[in-house]
Write a protein of this length. Structure first.
Length: 276
């Protein structure tokens, strides 16, 4: 048994899709969520910048005495996970490998699509691992730079013409390739799942990379007997960005108010994550 909390971080709000899955699977666990909204989007930054920011995210969560960390960000996983794994004293989980395993199990026609940020697509981790696990797969990858920013701004309803326009801009290559399974390689993207499904057709399976990673972490904690006693779970939220904007969009995503559990901290390039 280990009563310490689980740490989760993302470049902003997208990782809430992973944190909420984790909270549902493990209602007795305490979770510390960090959204580095000040530096969002990670997907438009260099590998060196992503590593620097991910190290700062990890350092903050370690200062909260977490027992494991879920990197609920496809960009950070693809560009910095190898560095974090070497430097962290606690287990680190990324979103790429769990999503790949679920996609390989899900596909029937062996045609898989990957939607992710530019930095994730550039890193190529999803495609490499998909081919390593199942060499026969046909993989179509597509960068969707507008998606994460739209979700962060609370723009993800399928009736919004801006959402429809972005989907029509990015998804044609996947539809033309005839994929039957799509990995949502950025944790912001599940908020767009309805319109993606509608555009692609009902037979296409969508794999939430954040939810897949949460399921893997849950299984490993159970196997290692490092869950808490389940007396009182709950999530504390931290952001380096605008707390009001974070709370408003989080309320749209989670369908509940988190403002009382939300804390604003200094951006990491302005200090060591001090409360503000």
């Amino acid at each position: 048994m280990d009563k310490r909390p689980i740490g989760v971080f993302d470049s902003g709000l997208g990782g809430l899709t992973a944190a909420s899955e984790l909270a549902e699977l493990l209602p007795g666990e305490k979770i510390v969520y960090l959204g580095d909204s000040y530096n969002m989007p990670y997907g438009e930054k260099s590998r060196e910048e992503i590593i620097r920011m991910s190290r700062a995210d990890l350092a903050f969560l370690l200062s909260m005495d977490v027992k494991a960390v879920l990197v609920a960000c496809g960009t950070a996983t693809s560009n910095a996970l190898d560095v974090l794994e070497q430097e962290s004293p606690v287990p680190i989980y990324g979103v790429v490998e769990p999503a790949v395993r679920e996609a390989v199990s899900a596909t029937e026609n062996e045609r898989v699509g990957v939607l992710a940020t530019r930095a994730t697509i550039r890193a190529g981790n999803f495609e490499r691992l998909l081919h390593a696990v199942a060499p026969q797969l046909s993989v179509t990858s597509q960068a969707c730079p507008k998606f994460a920013t739209m979700v962060e701004d609370g723009i993800f309803e399928k009736t919004d013409p801006r959402v429809a326009h972005a989907v029509a801009e990015y998804l044609p290559p996947l539809r033309e390739a005839g994929v039957d399974t799509i990995i949502l390689g950025c944790t912001h993207y599940p908020l767009l799942a309805d319109i993606i499904s509608e555009y692609m057709g009902g037979g296409v399976r969508l794999i939430s990379s954040g939810a897949a990673a949460a399921r893997r972490l849950c299984a490993d904690l159970r196997d290692a007997d490092t869950l808490s006693d389940g007396a009182c779970g709950g999530t504390r939220y931290f952001t380096t960005g605008d707390g009001g904007a974070f709370a408003r969009t989080a309320a749209l995503m989670l369908r509940r108010d988190i403002s009382r559990q939300l804390h604003c901290i200094e951006p990491f390039d302005k200090g060591p994550g001090r409360m503000v």
